[in-house]
Design a binder for this molecule. Sequence first.
Ligand SMILES: [Zn+2]
Length: 492
Amino acid sequence: MKLYKENQLKIYNSLSKTKEAFKPVHDGHIGMYVCGPTVYSNAHLGNLRTFMFFDVAFRYFLHLGYKVRYVRNITDAGHLENDADEGEDRIAKKARLEEIEPMEVVQRYTVDFHDVLKKYNFLPPSIEPTATGHIVEQIEMIKDIIDKGLGYEVNGSVYFDVIAYNKNNHYGILSGRKIEDAIHNTRVLDGQSDKKNPQDFALWKKADERHIMRWPSPWSDGFPGWHLECSVMSSKYLGDKFDIHGGGLDLKFPHHECEIAQSKTCSGHDPVNYWMHTNMLLLNGQKMAKSTGNYILPDEILTGENKILSKAFSSSVVRFFNMQANYRSILDFSSDALEASEKGYLKLMEAMSSLVSLSPQKSSSVDISQWKKKCYAAMNDDFNTPVLISHLFEGVKFINQIKEGNASITSNDLVDFVTTMNAFVFDVLGLLNDVKDQASGKIDGVVSLLIKLRKEARENKDWDLSDQIRDELLSIGIQLKDGREGTTYSIS
Ligand SMILES: [Zn+2]
């Protein structure tokens, strides 16, 4: 039986602002869309937090036996410098400043993004579509919105008519913003704007002569508005009604609000059943910003090359640190906080390494089935990873007690216990055991030393010692092989 049948998930829905029982559109299947990066600079740590949380959610769905289609897009066109449809395209600007092709910018930072995610042990999404790969579909959606009477063209650009949409729909349903407030809070646009109302947003922008990223359309040579790609790509790959849409809290308005308006205009219904948003990551209590220098890249944590850090940390320590906080809470990143997480992580990994050597007894003094229920209950409660981690540490206590002979476990319970610990620590949280890696590094050092001593013994014609080293290593499963390039070894 699939695990999801006995685990009722509850998800905090940003739309209703309550935890709701999760029911997928199609039984046993999940469609999840997460807004990916705009690839004009290195992925920063705040982005990483968002993607890491959805990686863990994805991993848990898979663990429960769901068939998941996880779509995370790459924004490689249309994202302007500010959200009011003004300013240069972020990628085009970077290309101009660095005197390279926009697609070189896209390639460079897409590769960087994948590289970082690999180092942090992310599972790849099922589909990773790009905005530039879906220009045709975006033009089709604009035509549909114009046909429905909610898009209008002015001077080659097309805008979404928010006021007209709001007559029969609720613009602000997700963010809680009132359209009247939006009018007052929107900066008065200079006379050059083509918009009927300042809160309208661009579906298509006519490109001026200098703009290098441009495509032909019925309205002008131009480029799509930023919000459009997500409506297009989510409906293309997940259908016009799908389960989960995620992203950082900063995307709630205007990006996700606009997505709902576009999608609902085309399909006639709400596109998403559960909206999920991850909270901000602070750095030393302050907002991260390149301009103030309060900024750190995921790669710098692995090398320790940032003055904010006392030393380098492994990617699993960063993952563990992230999972110690609820995804809906603000998280404050600092070197001290990472050091504290590292202690907990190492303790967990040491226990995981000794898990295999526990011996079963005739009876159990620990209640594994009760403990296991608590682990699942934590994750079923809106992915409460900090509570899950506290239960995993109860597991660590079991391991140490059993090891020291202060508790006992039957072989059936032991199998269940090992399986559950491994599933949550490695499969769901996505941690890697660096401690084991350190241990294998130490073995390598010791065997290399013995190989050196054996070589010296052979040079001194001390065949007894040389054979003794070889035979004793073999007796513990380490086989030496003498070759032309020297001696190597394998562990059986
Ligand atoms: Zn998006």
